[in-house]
Design a protein around this ligand. Structure first.
Ligand SMILES: Cc1cc2nc3c(=O)[nH]c(=O)nc-3n(C[C@H](O)[C@H](O)[C@H](O)COP(=O)(O)O)c2cc1C
Length: 197
């Protein structure tokens, strides 16, 4: 699929075909995409919990208390991208960066979450490229999830990605909102300027 088409067709999918598992090769490919995401200082402070067995998925939805629609909970695969803040603090304490150990003031913006989000986006784009659908969803509380799956303390789930072959979906009410126009969002040269003629 052409890149432009992948981007254009990427919409969140909240309903999946039940009788069509996702081949493991595709899951591996999606994870390879994720590992090509950029990361500050090439810290790569992330991890991915991958669940594609019915038992594990059941434990996942129980642990996260099912923050999402029931239809999402039938997805054949869930990938949880996790951010590892300490990896960034350690990386930036190396000689080529030269920050003091555990220097948190360096980070006006939490790049561990941003980079993990970029990796998640590459998974979402790979999903479309493979003819699948996915939903990135938030998690109010990850305490039980971390305990259930033995996730080490410093790893912080940024959300979850449910994916599978898409079924007829009910459009989200969110989509009644219009996409914001370019002139509201893009500022050329100075804030408030439109596109130069
Ligand atoms: C950080 C983030 C969290 C989201 N959390 C949820 C969620 O918990 N449940 C859900 O149904 N959709 C969730 N979404 C999907 C958004 O609702 C969706 O991206 C938005 O409405 C635009 O629709 P589109 O992605 O189909 O273009 C989330 C998206 C992002 C980026």
């Amino acid at each position: 699929m052409e890149f432009e088409e992948v981007v254009r067709r990427r919409r969140m999918v909240r309903r999946f075909q039940q009788d069509k598992p996702v081949p493991r090769e595709i899951i591996h490919e999606l994870l390879q995409h994720a590992l090509h995401a950029p990361s500050a200082g090439f810290s790569q402070g992330w991890g991915f919990l991958v669940l594609d067995e019915a038992d594990d998925l059941g434990r996942f939805w129980k642990a996260t208390k099912g923050d999402v629609n029931e239809s999402v909970q039938t997805a054949p695969v869930v990938i949880v991208p996790l951010a590892h803040k300490q990896a960034y603090l350690d990386r930036y304490a190396e000689p080529d960066k030269g920050f003091p150990p555990n220097y948190e003031d360096r980070w006006r913006v939490p790049y561990w979450h941003i980079d993990t989000g970029m990796a998640a986006l590459l998974i979402l784009l790979g999903v479309v490229d493979n003819g699948l659908g996915a939903l990135f969803f938030s998690m109010a509380d990850a305490t039980e999830l971390k305990a259930e799956f033995g996730i080490p303390e410093p790893y912080d789930p940024v959300g979850g990605i449910a994916l599978g072959y898409r079924a007829q979906d009910v459009p989200s009410p969110n989509l009644q909102r219009p996409r914001r126009p370019v002139e509201d969002v893009v500022h050329w040269g100075a804030w408030g300027n439109g596109e130069p003629s």
